[in-house]
Design a protein around this ligand. Structure first.
Ligand code: HEC
Length: 123
């Protein structure tokens, strides 16, 4: 009985805390469009987002804080780098509007309260 009540208490606590952590009130139309671009192009087939996804390429949940908007857009436009010995990312031919939407999505993900995960800015 004790553990059942504890389970209920923690469940209610989680339900109360989660909406604040993911700051869903800041989900703008641009963030939604950016998420769709992320899904349509299967970015998660190579990258992780907050730990979910494939481990071929860097974690992008905090890429907005790590690199900033201009770097992100220039990076995506400039692929593939062709640098020998480095893993390559394809060219997606995204428009400037689509790049802005992706950046809005990455900004939003970078502001999710993840209890300081990943532990360093490169992770
Ligand atoms: C085929 C695998 C692959 C796919 C699909 C892919 N990427 Fe990448 N991406 C990479 C690799 C590999 C790197 C790192 C390359 C390097 O460091 O030289 C990278 C790096 C990046 C970086 C820079 C990360 C940093 O820390 O500097 C960003 C931003 C990025 N990708 C965004 C995207 C987005 C947005 C999509 C979907 C539209 C996407 N990627 C799809 C392979 C991929």
């Amino acid at each position: 009985m004790f553990f059942f009540l504890l389970f209920l208490a923690l469940t209610f606590d989680t339900q109360g805390v989660l909406p604040k952590r993911d700051h869903r009130e800041n989900i703008t139309d641009a963030v939604v469009r950016g998420k769709h671009i992320w899904e349509r192009n299967d970015c998660i087939g190579c990258h992780t987002l907050l730990g979910e996804g494939a481990y071929f390429a860097p974690e992008l949940g905090n890429v907005y804080k790590r690199r900033g908007p201009d770097f992100i857009k220039a990076w995506i436009k400039g692929q593939p780098t062709g640098v020998p010995g480095r893993r390559q990312m394809p060219q997606f031919h995204l428009t400037d509007q689509e790049l802005d939407d992706l950046v809005a999505f990455f900004k939003w993900t970078s502001e999710i309260n993840t209890s300081n995960w990943p532990p360093n800015i490169e992770g």
